[in-house]
Design a protein around this ligand. Structure first.
Ligand SMILES: [Zn+2]
Length: 83
């Protein structure tokens, strides 16, 4: 005898509303420094190990994936980080 166990997945996926998303995304973006001054990003410089800075925090390169320009103020390292 074969017992067929029917598992009814209640997959009522709750979709986020556009308004909710936009409110969350705005809060996220507003948390950034929009003055454009370089800010530390918590990443280690691959050359000297000093903390890297986002060179222009208010700017994101719309590449795929998006990137931000970074630099090190201790050595002359310059590069990009994927965001
Ligand atoms: Zn460095």
């Amino acid at each position: 005898m074969v017992i067929i166990k029917k598992t009814i997945m209640k997959s009522k996926k709750k979709l986020k509303s556009l308004a909710e998303h936009n409110a969350e995304a705005s809060a996220f973006h507003n948390s950034f420094n929009y003055m454009g001054n370089p800010i530390k990003n918590g990443l280690a410089c691959p050359k000297c190990g000093n903390e890297l800075l986002d060179s222009t925090p208010n700017m994101t390169l719309t590449s795929m994936p998006p990137k931000k320009s970074i630099h090190c103020d201790k050595c002359e390292y310059k590069g990009y980080r994927i965001i």
